[in-house]
Design a protein around this ligand. Structure first.
Ligand code: PLP
Length: 287
């Protein structure tokens, strides 16, 4: 089956899908994106992802490329046309195509939109979750506006490649105070020796993850002991459990940090329970 992408009003074969060389996303990373999980032909937490997209666009003063309803329709249509059962749908909006100049172009320049979708293997992800992943630490070197889900991901690319080169699946950024901020494309969590779940507050230094928000709903519902506060690398190394969250990984246990074993070296019970319960707390929209 040939893949289909949506580019600026048209559904086109994925292999031919293209934007102009003077798209500001290409020239300046002047754009934002969202990634939603597709699960059993449902889009997970679309309202929350679209609220965050709206916020990212407003922070950068980029207009919606079409009405929110129209973009929602396109997202579902791309998932349908690609016959995605379980996988990911990607939405990117940039400030559009204009002669290269740092200043914003005029209002006559329309934002660009690209939507793609692909199947992933839930079985492979579950196998990964049963084994747990290794994370590798990396100095926090990103701009302070990581709350905006911008396509400017070069620091994340470098951190994640460093992790991969050192046997990890994810990088954990460590700030100047020795605290873990977040992963290269995930939020970071620990469960302390006393059984308290801890994650950093989303008001600075991290992206306000949608998966993180769902896990917080679950934590409240299941009455799990929880503290929202920064935690240090040292605390993570002596934690009972660690895990990461993202739409692309859901709840993914961490079993090693920089070659040091976390807890008993196996995925923890809290992370595993949260992973199993995850879709009981999400918004599901049939495609
Ligand atoms: N933090 C960063 C830097 C990310 O790139 C992502 C997802 O791409 C997340 C956290 C997790 O966000 P979400 O749960 O909305 O996927």
């Amino acid at each position: 089956m040939s893949r289909i992408a949506y580019v600026n009003g048209q559904y086109v074969p994925h292999k031919d899908a293209a934007v102009h060389i003077e798209d500001r996303g290409y020239q300046f990373a002047d754009g934002v994106y969202e990634v939603c999980e597709v699960w059993n032909q449902h889009i997970i937490d679309m309202p929350r992802h679209f609220d965050r997209l709206d916020r990212s666009l407003r922070e950068l003063r980029i207009a919606w490329p079409a009405t929110r309803k129209a973009v929602e329709f396109v997202v579902k249509e791309v998932v349908r046309r690609n016959k995605v059962n379980s996988g990911l749908v990607y939405i990117q909006v940039t400030r559009g195509v204009a002669r290269r100049d740092h200043f914003f172009p005029g209002d006559d320049v329309a934002p660009s939109i690209v939507v793609t979708a692909r199947n992933t293997s839930p079985a492979a992800a579950d196998r990964q979750a049963e084994a747990g992943i290794n994370v590798v630490t990396y100095p926090e070197n990103r701009w302070p506006r990581v709350d905006i889900k911008s396509v400017a991901l070069l620091p994340n690319v470098l951190a994640k490649q460093h992790a991969k080169d050192n046997g990890g699946k994810e990088a954990w950024y460590i700030d100047d105070e020795g605290n873990v901020t977040e992963g290269g494309s995930t939020n970071a969590w620990i469960v302390t020796g006393e059984g308290v779940l801890v994650t950093r507050p989303a008001d600075s230094g991290i992206l306000r993850g949608i998966t993180r928000a769902v896990v917080l709903d679950l934590v409240n519902r299941e009455k799990i002991r929880f503290e929202e506060r920064p935690f240090s690398l040292e605390e993570a190394l002596s934690a009972r459990e660690a895990f990461v969250t993202a739409a692309s990984t859901l709840v993914m246990p961490v079993v090693k940090i920089d070659d040091r074993i976390v807890g008993n070296g196996h995925p923890g019970t809290v992370a595993t329970a949260l992973r199993h319960l995850f879709h009981t707390a999400t918004d599901l929209q049939k495609v």
